[in-house]
Design a protein around this ligand. Structure first.
Ligand SMILES: [Fe+2]
Ligand SMILES: [Fe+2]
Length: 255
């Protein structure tokens, strides 16, 4: 990683930590923030399960077992956020039907890639990122960076929550547990890279995805500064069907 990437990484991480900490503390923005996390965490489950099945088919039992545990953790993370929303008498939108409505209305397939993911996976076609096709090193390197940063971001958000009120105190406990799980995910992904690559190759892969993450953060901040509207991800009322959110697209995968 060059110095410039390193500096940008620190600046963008600090900015995101600041914004997300503020968004989770503020009662007005908390529901949307929680819904975003719920959709991202639950949305990664089908992707990870498909990868688990592929690893098993390819004879990598070690990786299949790690991915199975990873998928179960992300499902639980989604449920923690869903529960926090429910306590506020809110629930996440059904993102699948929202996309379907939008593409029917527009008469075309909606562009599902966020500015972040478009920049993070620049040069990769959607088909190359599907669980049945994705290069294992691409999956491991990219997810390692996302998981590592997610653990730090969730921990700093948790620490921004006050403890003198029940909802915040519960959420804080849940988010610290999630941050801990994300450390475990980053650790097995790093080990997975080490099992397949030499140490200098591992360094190169990690550097490459760190640089892509920095560029993706800048792209996200750029679209934010241009005032692109942010969709509301919550609606009022308690959930009727939790499973629906698990069908959300894998590209929402944050961690
Ligand atoms: Fe997670
Ligand atoms: Fe994770």
């Amino acid at each position: 990683m060059n110095v410039w990437t390193h500096v940008l990484h620190l600046v963008s991480s600090g900015a995101v930590a600041y914004i997300t900490a503020r968004n989770i503390r503020d009662p007005l923005t908390r529901p949307n923030t929680l819904a975003g996390f719920q959709l991202a965490e639950s949305g990664s489950v089908p992707f990870l399960e498909a990868l688990r099945d592929r690893a098993a088919k390819e004879g990598d039992e070690w990786l299949a077992e790690k991915l199975d545990r990873h998928a179960a953790d992300e499902r639980r993370h989604g449920q923690i956020f869903a529960h926090a929303l429910k306590q506020l008498n809110k629930q996440a939108i059904d993102i699948q039907s929202m996309r379907k409505n939008k593409s029917e209305k527009d008469g075309k397939k909606s562009d599902r890639r966020s500015p972040f993911f478009a920049a993070f996976f620049e040069g990769y076609e959607s088909a190359q990122l599907k669980p049945e096709a994705i290069d294992w090193i691409v999956f491991m390197g990219s997810t390692y960076i996302l998981e590592r940063d997610a653990s730090r971001d969730f921990a700093s958000m948790a620490n921004a929550l006050p403890e003198d009120e029940a909802h915040s105190a519960n959420l804080k406990k849940g988010m610290l547990a999630i941050a801990n799980d994300e450390i475990g995910h980053a650790a097995y992904l790093y080990e997975a890279l080490q099992r397949r690559l030499s140490p200098p190759e591992v360094d190169r892969v990690v550097d490459r995805w760190r640089e892509r993450k920095v560029n993706a953060m800048l792209a996200m901040v750029g679209s934010f500064m241009q005032g692109k509207p942010q969709a509301s991800l919550v609606r009022d009322g308690a959930p009727t069907d939790m499973e629906e959110t698990e069908e959300t697209a894998s590209e929402l995968t944050a961690a």
